[in-house]
Design a protein around this ligand. Structure first.
Ligand SMILES: [Zn+2]
Ligand SMILES: [Zn+2]
Length: 239
């Protein structure tokens, strides 16, 4: 009711096509949401890379064969391109935090389609170093994970993972340097939190997977059960 009144007074507008929206707390209309490029199977059974071939194909990509990730399974809902790139930029840098609801519903729909996180007992987000948070002012992964937790009815353990080393951006480094860069850069506030639990780890982007992999290693070393990673987007090429 209150939402309807707010929407009447201050109609929400789609950030992509500028059409009026029915829901006051949304940023993307249904037709623009459909234009975001969803990732399609076959996926690598480990890291979720989109593979060439038949959708029935059950395969593991070359990277995962060479170096098995610490997480059990990673998934990304959309391709990191086009309009979505701009929307993620608005979310992270223009601080349009209400986009988390649009993103969370995209992710949740994707999760339901592939039975992702069915066994997850807690949700964690990939943390940001306090110095970086001070500069950025918002922790986008935390906001996204909170919205997903609310939508799925799974407890979100905010701030359980900590970034203790302020590392240079991963995107500027080579693969070996990425792994070195992240070594011992995370800590877990309370190791009993992960012990024996199946975890859903949330981030906005999956680039090489080194960051989520480092977090997954720490969680597994703390006794975590199954670790599934869900991200909004991934910008890989199809293999
Ligand atoms: Zn639109
Ligand atoms: Zn893979």
């Amino acid at each position: 009711m209150l939402g309807a009144i707010i929407n009447l007074l201050y109609p929400a507008i789609c950030r992509v096509c500028s059409k009026k929206l029915d829901e006051f707390d949304r940023n993307i209309c249904a037709s623009c949401a459909k234009k975001l490029k969803e990732r399609l199977p076959p996926f690598c059974l480990r890291c979720g890379r989109q593979l060439k071939g038949d959708t029935e194909l059950k395969a593991i990509c070359a990277d995962c064969k060479n170096d098995t990730p610490h997480f059990d399974r990673a998934w990304s809902a959309c391709h990191y391109e086009g309009v979505l790139k701009d929307l993620i930029h608005d979310f992270k840098y223009k601080k349009i935090t209400s986009l988390s609801k649009d993103f969370a519903s995209l992710i949740i729909n994707f999760m339901k389609k592939y039975d992702i996180g069915k066994e997850s007992q807690i949700i964690l987000s990939v943390p940001m170093h306090p110095d970086k948070l001070f500069k950025r002012e918002i922790d986008h992964a935390d906001i996204l994970a909170r919205a997903i937790g609310k939508g799925l009815g799974i407890a979100y353990s905010g701030n359980a993972l900590k970034k203790i080393k302020n590392t240079p951006p991963q995107s500027k480094l080579k693969r070996e340097d990425r792994i070195k860069n992240l070594r011992s850069s995370f800590s877990l506030k309370n190791s009993s939190l992960a012990s024996g639990r199946n975890i859903l780890l949330v981030d906005d982007l999956f680039t090489t997977g080194s960051t989520v992999n480092e977090c997954a290693m720490l969680l597994k070393n703390s006794g975590a059960g199954r670790i599934e990673v869900i991200t909004l987007a991934r910008g890989d090429s199809i293999q």
